[in-house]
Design a protein. Structure first.
Length: 440
């Protein structure tokens, strides 16, 4: 419920992302007014657990004093100044800090403002990289069920037909290996990638993957060793490797970056979402020195990377990101995650036994709970039944907010959540599933 004026304005003027606007009003739009820690409050004063971290972004909690203060301090100096031709200290400071925690070999930071733009940039960079090497490599390798954002380049390497199918005619050529989660073995998953590399010698600019887990595809977990195996293939076939850490970066998998689990050093890595602790739009494409060096030359050589956005490297966002990284250090955030992850795993073992739960998937504190009409024999809900949406609506009435991916209920709590809070959230999700789907 909202004030009549606010609702009328909303319905008259606003068009929401990933939303069928014809039925949006039926869903009783929720107006969020404020937040604190792992909670958000609506304009009617009702409080909810923010169980998907405001779409996978918030890490240390809402209204985190250290980040609020850092933004205010920067605001007292300047809110925005361009990085085209000028620069500012927070950009360099943050770049140095990012490189100090990034996988080995990444040495340069190119800023933008969303996960999609970070990926778009990685794609354009890899294409141009090969041109500077005197090669025309026009295609990419990506994974079925992968998601890398909504700009045309990132959609071209995206493998979710519900989102991407309609734009097929606009996209550039990309070859899709099967989702590693759908393969019977690690070997089969890697051979899916290798087959494509063999079939297109000298034509693949880069392989792009989400590390360990394909998040938007439904929290699909890759077999252990897949990421490292793709790195080996990229080396053997001499193609660049782009690792998209937009969803997995900044602690979500239990390490700062998912790459660390398999000791992988990509040629390019994209980060966004949690970079600012979930405060402001900032993204970065990190590259190896070899990629960066390929773009150097006299202006007349035409090697400049002609790409940039109005808000590239916004100083307020850089200040927020620096404060967020400082919290990681001061509060030992990564070390504190292990018992929380273990707790979630134990609770999921029980949830996996519920009648309407087909599978549970977890990497770190990224969780997907798939609901099904029947476990044995297995009968899925058809998407028009909106089972996932209904469960999330029910959860909302219990005091918890999240958003499904089809029939997969996403649980993406903030890193700062306590074990008690994690338990309460999982109880609410369990109750929502049981109550909402009791009759089928
Ligand atoms: N890459 C991955 C792996 C993502 O999960 C997402 C968003 O969910 C994106 C890219 C796109 O990020 P943004 O929504 O900030 O454009």
């Amino acid at each position: 419920m909202s004030s009549p004026d606010a609702l009328a304005r909303e319905l008259q003027y606003v068009w929401h992302p990933f939303t069928q606007m014809q039925v949006w009003a039926d869903d009783d739009p929720l107006f969020i007014d404020s937040g604190q820690g792992v909670w958000v409050r609506d304009t009617q004063g009702r409080e909810y657990y923010d169980a998907n971290s405001s779409l996978w972004l918030t890490i240390h909690g809402h209204r985190r004093k250290e980040i609020d203060d850092a933004i205010r301090r920067q605001l007292d100096k300047i809110a925005h100044s361009t990085m085209l031709g000028l620069t500012h200290e927070p950009a360099g400071e943050l770049a140095e800090r990012l490189i100090s925690i990034a996988p080995e070999g990444l040495s340069r930071v190119f800023y933008s403002d969303s996960g999609s733009t970070a990926v778009e940039i990685a794609i354009k960079m890899t294409y141009q990289f090969w041109r500077h090497r005197g090669e025309e490599r026009k295609t990419f390798v990506a994974l079925a069920d992968g998601y890398h954002g909504d700009t045309i380049g990132s959609v071209s390497v995206g493998g979710i037909s519900l989102f991407h199918g309609i734009f097929a005619d606009l996209l550039f050529e990309c070859h899709f290996a099967p989702s590693p989660a759908s393969c019977a073995s690690l070997c089969q998953a890697l051979s899916g990638v290798e087959k494509i590399l063999t079939a297109h010698p000298g034509n693949v600019a880069a392989v792009i993957v989400e590390p360990l887990i394909q998040a938007a595809g439904g929290m699909l977990v890759a077999p252990k060793g897949f990421l490292a195996g793709v790195r080996d293939l990229c080396d053997r076939y001499d193609v660049l490797m782009i690792v998209d850490e937009v969803a997995t970066g900044f602690g979500r998998t239990g390490r700062m970056f998912a790459c660390e689990h398999e000791d992988v050093a990509p040629d390019l890595m994209t980060v966004a979402k949690g970079l600012t602790g979930g405060y402001l739009p900032l993204a970065a494409t990190l590259t190896s020195e070899a990629v960066f060096q390929a773009f150097l030359g006299e202006y007349s050589q035409g090697k400049t990377f002609f790409h940039g956005h109005s808000y590239t490297g916004n100083p307020l966002a850089c200040a927020a990101a620096l404060a967020s990284l400082q919290i990681f250090e001061d509060d030992n955030v990564i070390a504190d995650l292990a018992p929380k992850i273990q707790f979630i795993s134990e609770r999921l073992e029980h949830i996996a036994t519920l009648d309407r739960v087909g599978s549970v998937r977890q990497v770190g504190i990224m969780v997907g709970i798939e609901v099904v009409r029947s476990r044995r024999p297995r009968v899925d809900y058809v998407w028009e039944e909106r089972a996932g949406v209904r469960v999330c609506r029910r959860a909302r009435t219990l005091g918890l907010l999240t958003r499904p991916l089809g029939n997969v209920i996403v649980f993406m709590p903030m890193l700062v959540s306590s074990i008690r809070e994690l338990g309460e959230m999982l109880d609410m999700i369990e109750m929502a599933i049981t109550e909402e789907l009791a009759d089928g």
